[in-house]
Write a new protein. Structure first.
Length: 423
């Protein structure tokens, strides 16, 4: 039986695995490295976060994004967005060098068993571990508005459903949403010849400012320090002190996790959107119907403005760039007994303790699903470092407690193994 099973091999899962291996834990990692970045984001996208805030985490801080980029003959510079393809390749390089061998099979079920947990892979193999770290990313939590859910995938899709956008060349597409996913998707569609518009409830679009220089007068830095989530002391607190954030009252944490860093486009996509994309603001979809009388098919969207004005438009396809909602009931790979053992916060997300342990002993959670507990940084790669360090400490505490109770040895004590050399 393994000490720890890591389910998921994105930035959080790989970082947790690297720290767990460094701590000497007997470890198994299941999942395709960087799968959502490789398969669910179109080519041509860029990271919104700064390169220096987009590192995966290893105990020795050796396998950084800037190190990978330098090896590719590229400088990772402040204020210079990193292409998605390069970041995905970086994650795969990290997996090869900083993590024990990754088993790329998908886990379909996690079930509690005496002494720990049992995971079932897609081909039916079972793996047992004393603890589990669930780092499943964002895809289980796709959120499509209720008004669109009755239409089939030929008419409505989520922005995360597309590894490329080629199928929409020469067609008419409406993107719903006002955040980065909506705006960058719309820009890419326009640039490939798609007739595209953005439809958003907000009365105006918001754009992030161009980041100030890394080196600047001390008094400017003191007034608005750099952080992994942008400039300013509030962002600095969210990015650099998630442990303190966790101590805030639950209603405050839930509100901040939902409203902080609201929908906004990166500064570098603005010039690609404004001249090329029709933007319809202050409108909410009230009804969506399939067009049956049209030769090409499509959707009719009925909308209402805040002043009560009703409008409608016809489009061939709707892309809902409407984010993700990380709730307990969407963790469908958990056995019902295990899912029922999770305590839920007011927003429906799982309750996590200070070491990312859920209310079910031995089950640890990471990534977006912990944003209500540890703040907005958990929605970004930047949160992986704090998560990996803290979660692995929690796993070791759990294993020590169980070893003492059972009179056994403490897993990982005095060992540091499992990480391969550079390759």
């Amino acid at each position: 039986m393994y000490d720890l099973l890591v389910v998921g091999a994105g930035p959080y899962g790989l970082s947790i695995a690297s720290h767990a291996a460094g701590a000497g834990l007997r470890l198994r990692v299941l999942g395709r490295p960087m799968a959502s970045w490789r398969d669910h984001m179109p080519r041509g996208m860029y990271l919104k976060s700064e390169p220096w805030a987009s590192n995966l985490s290893d105990p020795d801080n050796r396998w950084r994004l800037d190190t990978y980029c330098a090896g590719q003959g590229v400088e990772a510079r402040h204020g210079q967005p990193i292409p998605l393809e390069m970041f995905a390749a970086y994650g795969q390089w990290f997996a090869r060098n900083a993590v024990p061998e990754v088993d790329e099979r998908t886990v379909t079920r996690v079930t509690p068993v005496p002494g720990g947990f049992e995971a079932v892979t897609e081909d039916g193999e079972t793996v047992r571990a004393r603890t589990v770290a669930l780092a499943v990313g964002v895809l289980p939590f796709v959120e499509i508005p209720a008004t669109l859910r009755d239409l089939g995938p030929d008419l409505v899709s989520h922005s995360s459903h597309h590894g490329d956008l080629d199928r929409f060349r020469g067609r008419d597409v409406t993107v719903i949403g006002g955040g980065q996913a909506a705006l960058e998707t719309a820009a890419l569609l326009a640039e490939q010849g798609t007739r595209v518009r953005v439809l958003a409830r907000a009365e105006q679009l918001h754009w992030n400012d161009v980041p100030p220089p890394w080196k600047r007068p001390w008094w400017r830095s003191a007034r608005a320090p750099h952080s992994g989530l942008g400039c300013g002391w509030r962002n600095w607190f969210y990015a650099e002190r998630p442990g303190l954030f966790h101590r805030l009252p639950e209603p405050t944490r839930a509100r901040i996790a939902t409203t902080a860093l609201g929908p906004a486009g990166a500064w570098w996509v603005r010039d690609r959107v404004e001249p090329a994309v029709e933007v319809l603001l202050g409108q909410e979809v009230t009804q969506a119907k399939e067009l049956t009388g049209s030769a090409s098919g499509g959707v009719r969207l009925d909308t209402i403005t805040r002043s009560g004005e009703r409008r409608s438009l016809e489009t061939e396809h709707v892309i809902a760039a409407t984010g993700f909602r990380a709730t307990c009931d969407r963790l469908s790979l958990l056995d019902p007994q295990l899912g029922a053992g999770l305590g839920a916060s007011a927003d429906g997300s799982p309750v996590v303790g200070r070491h990312f342990e859920s209310s079910y002993p031995g089950l640890f959670l990471a990534g977006l699903v912990t944003a209500s507990g540890f703040g907005p940084s958990m929605r970004f790669v930047h949160g992986a470092t704090f998560t990996a360090e803290t979660l692995v400490r929690g796993v070791r505490r759990r294993l020590r407690a169980e070893a003492r109770a059972g009179g056994g040895t403490v897993p990982g004590q005095g060992r540091r193994e499992g990480v391969r050399s550079a390759g």
